[in-house]
Design a binder for this molecule. Structure first.
Ligand SMILES: [Zn+2]
Length: 494
């Protein structure tokens, strides 16, 4: 049943393309092609593109480290220069209360729709000792470009820019109006993107939006990410005395901060894996039939995943598969806790006077991250034993709302049609356990949920060491963006 409705959706999305394939007697004009001159330009410039990406990757713009503030500006200016050089108009580095946003537009396709393309230029920190080559001295090896940000998101973001460059250079115009929006705080939770978009609604208004911060399933199959999770992060400390104390003199008669923390952490989940914080599930929307179907049918090998990570069992909320838990159920994780003497060797015989804990929740649609944080705070405060005080730390960032991308819009259908044509098979429709603030921000402020249209692959070690981008996907991404803009330009006039 679900299968049929999804197949129908895809067929509708493919429109004439599918008809042309399944009914050769009635060929229809291709709607998402690439002009051969443009395609040749893309192919001829492969080396130049590789070099350009390596140049961009060499800027260590790590948004979560204040010491890299100057690199954020440098990366934003790099994008500005690039966008100006390809003939975009009103290219601007725009200030926010955090890192700048880079904006550009090309508005000369009179009467045609406007497409907003989102990406981010900031990158995650590196643990340099784990890398086999310096993360900000990119290298090309076996068709892969290694370096922090090569894949997430600099390589993917550049494919859209290069596609526009190729069309402007070889044809002199674009089939639609295009706006680029690049932010520099995605990796820290996009704390200032919401305010920026709200303040520039007119400038950013468009008919469809796509995000380059996304992946495809493999070399041979595309993917559309239909939902992203929200997130909230918190940190607190417990205190029982003004110093750690002798365990013989004070053990058994003064409260132990480590024990208090253990009890509090244990109170956060029920034995059947649910989050025990009262009200946590009150606003959770149940999975739809389509979502259940997506989770059940995506190619996925549970045992292979366990083996890959040296794990032996999936646990969590009872009554759901691990894929459903990852995509559609809210979670509460302890990301770190520490107390007492934690050196590798030796003993320090104490009653610890302090304990610390970091929590991260991944949320689903309808759950308000701020409200969830308040519920957790209330619950933990209610669990405090006698003689234990608590302090909450404001660690900023991550208060991200979950978002879904509707599967019935023209923008969705265009992306599905293009990915189907490009990979020769329909894209997998899937959810993700990851969070991306831009999805909910653009949806809420502009009514434009950005559809995933990025050319990363999940094995490219983003956020980890030895991150890389496939050169073949740089080319694929450019063709895809050309096809997408052509498809939308041919589809309708405003
Ligand atoms: Zn990213």
């Amino acid at each position: 049943m679900y299968k049929r409705s999804i197949v129908l959706t895809v067929l509708l999305g493919l429109g004439i393309l599918v008809s042309a394939q399944s009914m050769p007697a009635k060929p229809a004009p291709p709607q998402a092609g690439v002009n051969p001159v443009v395609e040749k330009y893309i192919n001829d410039n492969e080396q130049k593109h590789v070099q350009e990406l390596m140049d961009f990757v060499s800027i260590p713009c790590i948004s979560s480290l204040p010491s890299h503030a100057a690199d954020m500006t440098k990366a934003a200016q790099w994008l500005q220069t690039k966008l100006q050089s390809i003939g975009m108009d009103s290219v601007q580095v725009m200030q926010t209360d955090g890192n700048p946003v880079v904006f550009a537009q090309w508005n000369n396709a009179k009467g045609k729709p406007t497409v907003l393309l989102y990406g981010h230029y900031d990158v995650q920190p590196v643990q340099e000792a784990l890398w086999t080559s310096a993360p900000f001295t990119p290298k090309l090896e076996n068709g892969r470009i290694y370096g922090r940000g090569a894949s997430d998101d600099k390589g993917s973001a550049l494919t859209g820019i290069w596609a526009v460059e190729a069309m402007l250079k070889k044809i002199g115009k674009l089939p639609v109006n295009v706006k680029f929006l690049f932010e520099g705080e995605e990796e820290t939770g996009s704390a200032h993107l919401g305010a920026f978009v709200a303040a520039h609604k007119d400038l950013l208004q468009a008919d469809a939006a796509y995000s380059a911060d996304a992946f495809q399933k493999s070399d041979t199959q595309g993917a559309m990410i239909m939902s992203v999770k929200g997130a909230s992060t918190m940190e607190f400390s417990l205190k029982t005395a003004n110093r750690d104390l002798h365990s013989g003199v004070f053990g058994g008669r003064l409260p132990n901060a480590a024990v208090a923390m253990a009890n509090i952490v244990a109170s956060l989940h029920t034995p059947d894996g649910k989050v025990a914080v009262p009200g946590f599930y009150d606003k959770v929307t149940p999975m739809t039939d389509e979502e259940k179907h997506m989770a059940a049918t995506v190619a996925y090998d549970e045992q292979k995943e366990l083996t890959a990570y040296g794990a032996t069992a999936f646990t969590g909320e009872k009554g759901y598969t691990s894929q459903e838990r990852a995509w559609y159920r809210p979670t509460l994780e302890i990301c770190g806790m520490w107390s007492g003497y934690t050196a590798d060797e030796g003993f320090l015989n104490i009653v610890p006077a302090s304990a610390h804990c970091r929590i991260m929740c991944r949320l689903v649609t309808n759950q308000d991250p701020i409200e969830i944080m308040a519920l957790i705070k209330k619950h933990i405060n209610s669990q405090l034993p006698e003689g234990v005080s608590i302090a909450w730390k404001d660690i900023g960032g991550f208060g991200i709302a979950a978002a879904k991308a509707p599967g019935n819009t023209a923008a969705f259908k265009a992306a599905v049609a293009v990915l189907t044509q490009l990979y020769g098979t329909a894209p997998v429709l899937m959810g993700t356990g990851g969070s991306n603030a831009a999805t909910s921000v653009l949806d809420k402020e502009l009514g434009l949920p950005p559809y995933s249209f990025g050319f990363l692959q999940e094995d490219e070690n983003f956020h980890s060491h030895n991150e890389f981008m496939r050169v073949s996907d740089l080319q694929k991404g450019q063709l895809a963006y050309c096809m997408l803009l052509n498809y939308i330009g041919n589809q309708k006039t405003k």
